[in-house]
Write a protein that binds this ligand. Structure first.
Ligand SMILES: Nc1ncnc2c1ncn2[C@@H]1O[C@H](COP(=O)(O)OP(=O)(O)OP(=O)(O)O)[C@@H](O)[C@H]1O
Length: 254
């Protein structure tokens, strides 16, 4: 068994745009390897997409970046004071919280009144309204989380993830359950974030159409990085077919 060698070292004066750097990460669950030798850099103003088949290790990698999982091997550097907004895949916990949308967003902002927060009640309300407006979701403000549809809840999850003004955004299948209109809005939102150039984003998605026009750089993972590049290069039909046939051959070898 490898010893755990992750370090959260304050980053990196060398390059102001660099938010996070991962070097040679490996993760295994119960001796079963999920990730091997992953290295990548995430910069401010850029959207990195992680694609690959089910079980490829995409969520595991996001969890490493978020600090939820410690790799068995490798190192992660983060910019000092980096605020990370992490949207997990299909989060189920909010459903059980007996709170309204407004209270939930305030809670995630850390300024819910029960917690005697940083901003105070009025400021917190203003911020929540502002966030809901930007997602065209003001009508949901007083609704309870357990009354929302799957797509509405997902929208609120994205909104509340952005509420803290993170510098690094980690999105795991953010469009799952969101309808076509919501998808277009989300697309626009990602474009706006990109134009502002202040946030770095790692997007896990099976939606190759979204990835093809939003990502600056794509990594194709299957436990290892099989290929990487600009979307126009990686997402060519021929290239994808080659990668998938490589996976198929690996699986056959067992
Ligand atoms: N907590 C866990 N315990 C044991 N094995 C796990 C755990 N989490 C993930 N795995 C395994 O690790 C591998 C990678 O899983 P991961 O969820 O990172 O893949 P993914 O690429 O995000 O998949 P998907 O596209 O299906 O969401 C899979 O084989 C999975 O079964």
């Amino acid at each position: 068994m490898e010893t755990k060698t992750i370090k959260a070292i304050p980053l990196l004066q060398r390059d102001q745009k660099l938010l996070l750097k991962a070097e040679n990460l490996s993760v295994s669950y119960n001796e079963e390897s999920a990730l091997e030798g992953i290295s990548m850099e995430i910069e401010q103003g850029k959207i990195i997409a992680l694609i690959g088949p089910n079980g490829a290790g995409k969520t595991t990698l996001l969890k490493c970046f978020a600090g939820i999982i410690k790799p068995n091997k490798g190192e992660i550097w983060r910019r000092e004071g980096l605020i990370i907004g992490y949207l997990p895949q299909r989060p189920s916990f909010p459903r059980y919280l007996p709170v309204t949308v407004e209270e939930f967003i305030a809670l995630r902002l850390g300024c819910f009144r029960f917690f005697d927060g940083l901003l105070g009640k009025r400021k917190s309300e203003e911020k929540v309204v502002e966030i809901l407006k930007s997602f065209h979701a003001e009508a949901l403000r007083q609704r309870r989380l357990n009354e929302l549809s799957g797509g509405e809840l997902q929208k609120i999850m994205v909104a509340s993830t952005l509420a803290k003004n993170p510098a690094l955004l980690l999105l795991d299948e953010p469009l799952s359950g969101i309808d076509a209109v919501g998808g277009i809005e989300f697309d626009q939102l990602l474009h706006e974030l990109k134009e502002e150039k202040t946030i770095g984003t790692v997007l896990v998605s099976h939606d190759l159409q979204l990835v093809s026009h939003i990502a600056d750089w794509v990594y194709f993972l299957n436990h290892r990085i099989l290929t990487q590049g600009r979307p126009a290069d990686v997402l060519q039909e021929k290239k994808l077919a080659a990668v998938y046939s490589l996976i198929h051959t690996q699986e056959k070898k067992g």
